[in-house]
Ligand binder design. Structure first.
Ligand code: ARG
Length: 477
């Protein structure tokens, strides 16, 4: 069927190629390139379910308010369900000439049920419609993402409990600092992901208002009930200002900002996995399921999944940038620029979802090598702080002096090529004669971590307790 013939058959009017939805004052259709730059149907078809849900709520409200007949509303609802089924069963053909999901659905509705379809768009506009659709869609996506992030937290907590006693070097500046346990290290990410979930939840709370019925920008003269449609669609309330309703995308920006921060966290964990799995560290072994081989170097096990999580963070942060830059110069209210909100938002949601799931899978599969982690503690004098603390506690030395004395002990050990615990009491007393052999009780890495019992510290018992608390605090079951 030609475009013209289709226009004729669906509308009963011959508009000679002008758009059947808004072409009343147009005598010709758009240039081909105009159609291509203007159409969003290639990507916004993803909103079909939310679009139809919103239309059903709108039609029911119009009937309840006496704006349209109950029979027309019933026909509209029946027709919208048919359209929904066609789309879900892959029997729907999306048409670029109809620009977007809103007009594709409505045109098909008209073809299916005839005249009553023309009454659906009373008291609304595509401007409030699209804002409603995206909010509904994003709300659902946030719920899915929250579940996936809880799964990731669960994988981290499970591993943390398993490895609550496994000592490893804790780093600052990627230089050995103090011994920690692998479990404690993993629980750090449980906190980060927990805050990410909190940010998404905040975003969800703020976005859960219904723009439907704001119409083009000014509201409508029809006696619509925006509270009723808001309720029907599970929104907390209608948005308070019609211009804000159609002009604002800060709910999407807020999601992308929270998403960018989450992506940063996932990327940092991915980077650690890359480091831990490297030949220099060998702290963990990646499962076959999350690594790849090389087509030329048979010995390789590459941490591709981790690298891709790290790499994909850029896309999410890029989406925030794209949307912020697109919005920043727009005067009130809607501008077609805003159609550009969808692709970055969709991509960021898909990307985050992949990143979170891949990270959860990698985490669950991670095989730590506790012996290698422990061996790494032989370098870098990780218990130097314990020695300084002992000088303070046992001898009443001011911490600054203790720091200085410890520095001399470290220099001596370095000179001898041994660890602090391997120096003799004689060696130690050569630096400070007040030192007794009680000092050896704090120089081992196990004694060091066991002593870190302050709230939030790395002592294995703390880690086990913190893991239990995290399960409750983050509702991990
Ligand atoms: N496809 C459009 C978008 O995504 C829908 C709103 C169109 N509104 C308009 N006045 N042209 O933004």
């Amino acid at each position: 069927m030609t475009k013209q013939a289709r226009n004729q058959s669906q509308t009963g009017h011959n508009m000679a190629g002008a758009n059947q939805m808004w072409g009343g004052r147009f005598s010709a259709g758009p240039a081909e390139i105009m159609e291509r730059i203007n159409a969003s149907i290639d990507f916004d078809q993803r909103l079909y379910r939310q679009d139809i849900e919103g239309s059903k709520a709108h039609a029911a409200m119009l009937a309840a308010q006496g704006v349209i007949d109950a029979e027309d509303a019933a026909e509209i609802t029946r027709g919208l369900d048919l359209v929904l089924a066609e789309i879900e069963e892959g029997r729907f053909s999306f048409d670029r000439a109809l620009e977007d999901i809103h007009m594709n659905v409505e045109a098909r509705l008209r073809a299916l049920i005839g005249d009553p379809a023309g009454r659906l768009h009373t008291g609304r506009s595509r401007n409030d419609q699209v804002a409603t659709d995206i909010r509904l869609w994003l709300r659902e996506m946030i719920d899915g993402l929250d579940g996936a992030m809880a799964d990731l937290q669960r994988a981290l907590v499970d591993q943390a409990e398993r490895w609550a006693d496994a000592v490893m070097p804790g780093y600052t500046h990627l230089q050995t600092a103090q011994p920690v346990t692998f479990g404690h290290h993993l629980l750090a990410y449980v906190e980060m992901i927990g805050r990410d979930r909190g940010r998404f939840a905040d975003c969800r709370k703020r976005l859960n208002e219904s723009p439907l019925g704001a119409a083009a920008l000014a509201g409508t003269s029809f006696p619509i009930d925006r509270h009723a449609t808001a309720r029907a669609l599970g929104f907390d309330r209608p948005t308070a200002n019609s211009m804000d309703s159609v002009a604002s995308r800060d709910f999407a920006l807020e999601f992308l900002a929270a998403g960018s921060i989450a992506a940063v966290h996932l990327s940092r964990l991915a980077e650690e996995i890359v480091i831990w799995a490297s030949d220099r560290f060998r702290f963990v072994r990646l499962s076959d399921a999350f690594s790849t081989g090389s087509s030329i170097m048979p010995q390789k096990r590459n941490p591709d999944a981790a690298e891709l999580v790290r790499g994909k963070a850029g896309r999410v942060i890029g989406a925030f940038n794209a949307l912020a830059i697109m919005m920043k110069g727009l005067p009130m209210t809607y501008g077609k620029d805003m159609q550009e909100d969808k692709e970055p938002l969709f991509d960021a949601v898909d990307t985050l979802s992949l990143m979170v799931q891949a990270t959860a899978g990698m985490t669950a599969d991670l095989k730590p090598r506790p012996d290698v982690m422990r061996a790494a503690l032989a370098d870098g004098f990780p218990t130097a702080t314990d020695l300084a603390d002992w000088l303070v506690r046992a001898l009443g030395t001011p911490f600054r002096d203790a720091h200085h004395i410890t520095g001399q002990v470290v220099a001596l050990a370095e000179q001898r090529g041994v660890d602090l615990a391997d120096l003799s009491l004689n060696d130690l007393q050569g630096v400070d004669p007040r030192i007794t052999d009680d000092v050896f009780s704090v120089l081992s890495v196990d004694a060091s971590v066991a002593s870190r019992t302050s709230f939030g510290g790395t002592a294995p018992d703390n880690v086990r307790q913190a893991a239990r608390d995290a399960r409750t605090r983050f509702g991990l079951g």
